[in-house]
Design a binder for this molecule. Structure first.
Ligand SMILES: Nc1ncnc2c1ncn2[C@@H]1O[C@H](COP(=O)(O)OP(=O)(O)O)[C@@H](O)[C@H]1O
Ligand SMILES: [Mg+2]
Length: 295
């Protein structure tokens, strides 16, 4: 579609482990990501959310290989070499900021590194930019924070630093993979509203990976539901919440604590076993911009 910033056709991720048969982890999915919107990627742990995001970023490690038929960014066809060179303006933040921060380096060092790579400015301007960015992500005493080390900051503040570092890459797409899972509830809400604020200010496209439908309801314009390496349903948040079309989405919604639609706790395990037997489903159109995997 015209309004899509990113389109990937028939994306698979294959694992080649020595001594075992190659295994398809992501099973030929199509991604259509609407520009300037927040798209939620939901699904249980292990459904392939992170793998899909890493495939987009070309961050797959070791024995994992991604394949696709067609990859377009802002309507332009991108070949695999260009993705490998990481020329695309896509930035990512992860669940645990500590894995992306060097404990031996100051906050200022981290920010200046990113600025050096993405902005052509003098040292003094770079420092000013870093401090401005710290203010934008809601970090107080920005000047002092520049000299502090990651362990001197709280988890929430470290995640704010990650948002700052991501934004300094001047991304058009921000991928946030469970950015608040490791944080407590009040801090979670703060980080989410920060992401929302930056998204609105900069007209960013956000891919927000979460296993929490509450977060989706609060944040997302569009939703992609994943199960066992496949997309089972895709639509606007409204469509997914009020007219879920695929049985799996319906059951996921029923399983939300406090949801009055149903109180039976569905066995996802049972569902997954049944679902797996239908190997090659097609996506079918349910309504305008609303797709589900054929059942
Ligand atoms: N390095 C790896 N090699 C092979 N399989 C992996 C690897 N990492 C994850 N997996 C498998 O891929 C599937 C999808 O994982 P992942 O994308 O991390 O799920 P999610 O983010 O939805 O929790 C899981 O079944 C997981 O066990
Ligand atoms: Mg994950």
């Amino acid at each position: 579609m015209m309004s899509d910033i990113l389109e990937v056709e028939n994306l698979s991720v294959v694992s080649h482990k020595k001594g075992t048969r190659s295994q398809r982890i992501i099973q030929g999915i199509n991604l259509n990501i609407e520009k300037g919107k927040i798209t939620g990627i939901v699904g249980e742990s292990g459904s392939g959310k992170s793998m899909t995001m890493k495939a987009i970023m070309n961050l797959l490690e070791g024995k994992l290989e991604s394949r696709f038929d067609r990859f377009t960014f802002e309507g332009q066809i991108i070949n695999k070499r260009e993705i490998i060179k990481r020329r695309l303006p896509i930035a990512m933040i992860f669940q645990d900021p500590m894995t992306s921060l060097n404990p031996l380096r100051t906050i200022g060092y981290h920010l200046m590194e990113v600025i050096r790579r993405y902005h052509k400015v003098s040292n003094m301007e770079a420092k000013k930019l870093a401090i401005e960015e710290l203010n934008k992500v809601g970090i107080d005493q920005a000047q002092n924070r520049m000299g502090q080390y990651p362990h001197e900051l709280s988890g929430g503040m470290r995640q704010r630093i990650m948002v700052a570092m991501a934004m300094l890459c001047k991304p058009k797409i921000l991928i946030a993979d469970e950015p608040t899972t490791a944080l407590d509830v009040t801090i979670q809400a703060q980080i989410l509203s920060l992401i929302r604020k930056r998204q609105r200010e900069e007209g960013l496209t956000v891919l927000l990976v979460t296993h929490d439908f509450g977060v989706v309801a609060q944040m997302c314009d569009n939703v992609i539901v994943m199960l066992d390496g496949k997309i089972v349903e895709q639509g606007t948040s409204e469509a997914i919440f009020y007219q879920p079309a695929h049985t799996y989405t319906q059951e996921l919604l029923k399983a939300i604590p406090g949801n009055r639609v149903g109180n039976r706790l569905y066995s996802m395990q049972e569902f997954r076993l049944n679902e797996r037997q239908k190997a090659e489903g097609k996506m079918i159109l349910v309504a305008e911009n609303h797709w589900k995997l054929e059942e």
